[in-house]
Write a protein that binds this ligand. Structure first.
Ligand SMILES: [Zn+2]
Length: 65
């Protein structure tokens, strides 16, 4: 399972969570205040890619839009 980093929309706490691919964001519970309002931090996900896939994914992650 992938590890994603989330930021709580209630208190601003950042935390990492092992999540199932099918898990909706509403299931992500803040580790600090318990609120189920968290947004996924995509940029950190890119940075955490394994070296095996970093070369391919880095280009996609860093491509200016
Ligand atoms: Zn919180």
């Amino acid at each position: 399972m992938p590890i994603y980093e989330y930021r709580c929309l209630e208190c601003g706490e950042k935390f990492e969570k092992l999540v199932r691919l099918s898990a909706p964001a509403s299931e992500i519970e803040c580790s600090k205040c318990g609120a189920q309002k968290a947004e996924k931090l995509i940029s950190n996900f890119c940075a955490r890619m394994s070296s095996a896939t970093a070369a391919a994914s880095a280009a996609a992650c860093s491509t200016p839009t």
